[in-house]
Ligand binder design. Structure first.
Ligand code: HMH
Length: 208
């Protein structure tokens, strides 16, 4: 049996729904999210993206050369994204030199642990993490200012195309992966879904 990204989504539809549909995003769409909630997300997500960039670097190191183009494109987008986060934080006078919250720590540690996993697990996890935001920020519909800029970062057409390429690359290597590796990819997908939900929860319940 070969596993695909589509199948992962089908097999775990409920977990994926919880990863990508959350009151945090609904309230961005309604314009009712509170600054404390949004700013907590922003700072913690910057800290997450720093470690995610390291994860993508390690994925590149495990990848076959014909996957470099897409991964290097992803790293270039992350270079831009990290600078953009700094700009957004400065505009809001947020200190990025902040401690990670437990949920962020756990997610980052998990990404680090993927380095010891076979490439198909790394490739499918990379896709899942990007797809979570690609979907999550788009599903509520057009957001009001200032949130539209955030929604567009992960919901724009170019990003959607890039996520499809990540899916193709993951599918390609999952196809020839052993049953054991496919099982690891499935477990990793579920871990990502849970972490994504927890990350929204963390920001949504930020102390006022
Ligand atoms: C928590 N998941 C989280 N933050 C992000 N920036 C992404 C995924 C990016 O895709």
């Amino acid at each position: 049996m070969t596993l695909t990204c589509k199948q992962l989504l089908q097999n775990h539809a409920q977990a994926w729904h919880e990863a990508t549909v959350h009151p945090f995003l609904e309230q961005c769409k309604l314009g009712t999210i509170q600054p404390q909630q949004f700013n907590t997300w922003l700072v913690q997500d910057y800290l997450f993206v720093v470690d995610f960039t390291r994860m993508v670097g390690r994925t590149l190191a495990s990848a076959p050369p014909h996957h470099f183009d897409v991964i290097l494109g992803g790293l270039t987008a992350l270079k831009d994204e990290l600078n953009w986060f700094k700009e957004k934080a400065a505009q809001r006078q947020l200190n990025l030199d902040t401690a990670k919250q437990p949920t962020c720590i756990e997610y980052c540690e998990y990404m680090q642990s993927l380095a010891t996993m076979p490439y198909p697990v790394q490739a499918s996890t990379f896709w899942a993490i990007e797809f979570a935001y690609n979907q999550g920020w788009q599903l509520p519909g057009v957001m009001p200012k200032p949130y539209i800029e955030f929604a567009d970062r992960w919901g724009n057409r170019g990003f959607t195309e890039y996520v499809k390429l990540l899916e193709q690359q993951a599918d390609e290597v999952l196809q020839t992966a052993s049953a054991t590796v496919q099982k690891q990819a499935e477990e990793a997908f579920l871990r990502v879904a849970k972490f994504e939900k927890d990350f929204w929860q963390m920001a949504f319940h930020a102390a006022q």
